[in-house]
Design a protein around this ligand. Sequence first.
Ligand SMILES: C[S@@+](CC[C@H](N)C(=O)[O-])C[C@H]1O[C@@H](n2cnc3c(N)ncnc32)[C@H](O)[C@@H]1O
Length: 308
Amino acid sequence: MPTSTPPATDALFSDQWLTLREPADHRARDAQLTHAADQWLVRRAATNPAQDTRPFETRRTVVDLGCGSGSNLRYLAPRLQGAQQWRLIDHDAGLLAQARQRCESLASADGQPIHLETDQLSLTTAWQHGLEGADLVTASALFDLLTADALEAMADACQRSGCAVLFALSIDGLIRFHDASGSALYDDDDRFMLAALQAHQHRDKGGGPAVGGEAPRRLRESFHRRGYHIREAASPWRLGPESQPLAEALMAGWRQALHEHLPQQRDRVDQWHGRHLDDLRRGRVTLTVGHRDLLATPADATHPGARA
Ligand SMILES: C[S@@+](CC[C@H](N)C(=O)[O-])C[C@H]1O[C@@H](n2cnc3c(N)ncnc32)[C@H](O)[C@@H]1O
């Protein structure tokens, strides 16, 4: 089902950018939360199987919100046991086609098949209709883009379907350069630019201010209020010389964002950007970008028969 209104440009991402960030994303993710999600799915599949009328091969239904070109699926599917039915949701038809093409031959941790279905939907439509039958709803690098109301609507939809959620790589607003001794560099210019970047992340991308770096806290509170058991872990990018192309692309994006946010301060922005870029290129600093992963499991829904 196509989206009825075209996506805002702020909510469009190039496959090139998503591909560039994928190795750093996969390195940063918390393996223990993935393992705990797998164990939860195993227990759910084993509890009261008689109540589950689905064919055996689709007993684990995973919905990936804002799937892009499939990075989250490429990380998770081979780490989860059992045959899996994945529903990939995104408003970008080109990214969905990439995801299908690049993920069709994946297998589960124990060599079972992965079934894929793609849905070109807006997230708002997804939480009205797209989460039915989900055992696990997952997303990566998504929630900073959304409004606080959208997060609440998503949490309501997850609670209705009785699923667990695994949300990886939500930015927490931390950006730091570190010198060779590991000490954080944080002078007045850094403080000024990083505050401006955080403000820019809150800009309205359609429907109200985005939650930006507040995403991890808001996700935790939303699911806690709904009685979910919460586990969280830090999943920062630590970008050194081996991640130079990603660090440079990220900093080019920040420079553009700062030009938009501080149009009167272009020279100051360019000096700050140039100084840190030079240090990165010479291997004098590394760059840390904070993220958090969250696993939330419903208190009383380890089996499909317990769905509300
Ligand atoms: C930062 S990308 C992350 C993609 C992927 N999860 C990954 O980790 O590579 C955010 C994704 O969310 C999608 N997206 C953003 N806003 C959306 C909306 N309102 N409805 C549907 N998809 C949306 C974008 O098209 C993009 O693919």
